[in-house]
Write a protein that binds this ligand. Sequence first.
Ligand SMILES: [Zn+2]
Ligand SMILES: [Zn+2]
Length: 241
Amino acid sequence: MFSLGLNILLPASCIVCSCVLPYNHSYQVCPSCWSGLIPIKKSCATCGRPYAGNTDSLEYQCGSCKKGSKTYYAKARSIGLYYGTLKKIIQHLKYRKIKGIAPKLADWMIEHMPEDMYIQKYDFILPAPIHIRRLRQREFNQSLILAKPIAKYYSRPLMLYNLYRKKMDQAQAGLNRNLRITNVKGDFGIKYPERIKDKKLLLIDDVYTTGATVRECAKVLLKSGAQQVDVLTLARTEDRR
Ligand SMILES: [Zn+2]
Ligand SMILES: [Zn+2]
């Protein structure tokens, strides 16, 4: 009981560097850490894999996409690298339930939206679903709290509960690439296929790691009649293929 009182009196601190936040600061990262977030500038025109070369980003394709690896989605884009400050923030968001940072992250995504993403063209925006049991543990779907402000900003409707996760996801962090991919096979289902028939859909997720989750979602959506599925994620892990 006593500690509860102490918590209230403690000033808020930055979730990245632990410094004391300025008075009335509206989100849990200090301005200095926030300014350390670096958006991805150039990436593969199909899968969004970041690269550091000089080629025009609208034309470049990574080796894997050039070889014709099946992605199911038409294109994927990520806003920042899953590294340093952004990685820390996302880990806090997911595992420490600090969801107050989500609107600020969504604003950052909008601010750095790649120029070849025309959000207005999508009939619906879908957050990548998590299993109901995971939702009860975490109390929120991190993809939904990012997708909501984006849908609002671009005046696009959100589609919730149609694409769903059938199986509880295992912790993917310790799995290698092949295991991650087989791990999500057959995990997703569609409740009302007629609602996505011939529609252009944008799937929003927090992190693109191997792409297994978003590819599996896109596959199910296309099989159920969607015309096109694109993917947008807040972050992308560094190349692991
Ligand atoms: Zn800080
Ligand atoms: Zn690629």
